[in-house]
Design a protein around this ligand. Sequence first.
Ligand code: GLU
Length: 470
Amino acid sequence: MIRTRFAPSPTGYLHIGGLRTALYAYLFAKKNGGKFILRIEDTDLERKVEGANEIIYRTLKSAGLNYDEGPDAGGGFGPYVQSQRKEIYAEYARRLIERGGAYYCFCTKEHLSELHKNGAAKYDKRCLKIDPAEARRRVESGEPHVIRQNIPLTGVSSYTDLVFGEIKVDNKELEDNVLIKSDGMPTYNFANVVDDYLMGINYVIRGVEYLSSTPKYNLIYDAMGWPRPNYIHLQPIMKDANRKLSKRDGDASYEDFIAKGYLSDAIVNYIALLGWSPKDNREKLSLSEMQERFSLDGVSKSASIFDENKMRWLNSLYVKELPPEKFHALALPFYAKLDYLKGLNLEVLSRLLQPRAEVLCDIAALTAFIAAFKDFDLSLFNNEKHKTDSAAAKALLPALIARVENNYETLSDALAALSESLNVKKGHVLWIFRIALSGAAVTPGGATELTELFGKTETLARLKATLARL
Ligand code: GLU
């Protein structure tokens, strides 16, 4: 059975790149009837952020990436949080030492910085020479120490990445990295191997930054006599040709995009295409459609550039498809931030905005005309096509006000009848009406829809205010 995992460090947000890694691990497992596992990699205690694990749980669930096993989901391979697995790493480090794959190192900081000063590119394996019984005695007596990986000085390590092909390194390029730190916590270099093995992970899907250190991890698998997993490394998502997308530049976190009013289905759909393409080149795909189509040969070897406009476009397709009640419910928090919408018919507003808002944050711009009405530019009445200007508006407005007062329920017909009786085109009447009511040349919805939005009282107040300015 295929088992993949997503192994984020809890940094306080889930980066779009991380979410894409999770998505591919999820799709690959699900496509093949396997299991998708969440593991929290929190051994770097200094970086710990309060509530960060919950952000990860919440984000994955909101994106529809439901994990079969994980800290809050249970499973037979736990605990799924690395800081709760300290004893496990200690035990496996001991076994690795017995097998010659690691050794205790008692070198002081002073010695190490001296090495550096003298130009050594890497640790000199000095402590490997200590007799094992002697090393154990020093450990038992409480002498500060770390555990280092014992990398062969000669030979070549290689493996086949399922995206990048064969990866080779000379062992002499590799350093005897620390596996267990002096506080007893493992480093990533060790914990990822022990956990992937113990959790039965057979496909490791992660960022390309681990591509070249994977031979080191494989040496641990080999030394322990464990089968190596398959590897799939993913190129980063870039902001442009030279810079990676980063939270520091703003907006690279899933929750930031949600707060802006992107829909989770659209985000997930868009990021799936950043580094993978389905054979049929379709662009709008639901999670289950992606699952059906996902395959490793569609995974790209080159980095992709995040294009928010493209995500906007996809989002607009999803927004249009929402059931109207759902759009309305999602729009309400955005309305609540805009004081000038108080007292308006928000159901009508939702009806007008759903086809026009690509992202829910567009609501502010699409409704800005409502607040700007007070001193709108009267030259908007000048329209050649509709043969209107402010003098025509001044002449027509009393009749328009009367129609609203007396024929509010059947306004559309009343305005049609008015244009007929005056022998002018309907557009002439409607243009003047719309400008006088909204103060804008472009509005979501036409004259009668806007009347519904404002309600009779506000409509009259606005028309009268405009007349007073003419
Ligand atoms: N904790 C690592 C990271 O966030 C995970 C790498 C991996 O998936 O092995 O980059």
